[in-house]
Ligand binder design. Sequence first.
Ligand code: PLP
Length: 364
Amino acid sequence: MTFNQTLDAIRVYEAGKPIELVVREFGIEPKDIIKLASNENPFGCSPKVQEAVSAIVSKMALYPDDSMYKLKDGLAKRFGIDPHEVVIGAGSDQVIEFAVHAKTGPGKKILINSITFAMYEIYAHHVGAEVIRTASRAHDLDEFYALYLEHKPSIIFLCTPNNPTGDSADAADVKAFLSKIDRETLVIVDGAYMEYARYKDSAKALEPKELIEAYDNVLYLGTFSKAYGLGGMRVGYGIAQRDIITALYKLRPPFNITTLSLEAASAALEDEAFVQRCIAKNFEEMDRYEAFAEAHGIRAIESYTNFVTLCLKEGTSSTEVADALLRQGMIVRNLAGYGLNAIRVTVGKPEENDRFFALAAELV
Ligand SMILES: *Cc1c(COP(=O)(O)O)cnc(C)c1O
């Protein structure tokens, strides 16, 4: 059977390997497997989330509240915005999908960083848009601007902090950049790891309220999958001025978020102290990764997230290292597919990191 030609350009996205796969393929007991591959919160979510979700399991037969009143209200209060300036997606991934479908297509272009979140490109290919990338590894906003002038993209993606490298642009530089972009170009600021960046260095923190008040062409994205510990529930959000939100709403399938997920996200927002404790712990453990890298003569890219990218020495292959770790039950992300001889490791619990250091010491 033939399919739409736009599919020819798409590689099937490879998510971080799940624990179940390692159990099946390598016959390792689940308790002996450590997953540091998808940037989940190793401490999970707040116990209050589990209580809130347990309390409403009897509601599973009913369709969700499609207005998503409670969660939108919670987000509006958190960010000091209006609930009409929020759209909720099944992960911020789904908001990216809406935005790409709303704004770009055949004969149009999107502009992204050389190495960045793979889904931007995949969604652009869905709609037949052309993908332009920078040459530099870190978000070089001068290069972004030059390519913007040259290509007039319909969407620019800024992923800050960036996945899979962990580095972050300065908020002041991003704002200066936004001031130079015309109002017809949608600029998507993906803040999937912003909670971590905000904690580590306020100069990196972009506040959605400030962005959308100053720029009517900005869509800010956030997610509950990372710091909030709800990767399995699939909840993310977009924040923008109303006309952007209205456009995205036209593409939203009804009931795109389940009742349990909505409740989980609302409860997670209410226990900010839990999230902040996890983030503090994350950066304590991050110091140990930096020390490990230094002790082994490899480079750790300075990270504003809950993962660290370790650039391996010439002659050491990231594919071999990742495979050797996997055979011992340690799942990390090999970045060879991104053109980097590097592995990306989610900062885990102290004992998980101990095990990573012990295994990796023999391999890097
Ligand atoms: C994890 C991630 C997302 C989206 O995650 P969802 O689980 O779909 O909310 C978006 N952008 C980046 C850069 C990410 O790392």
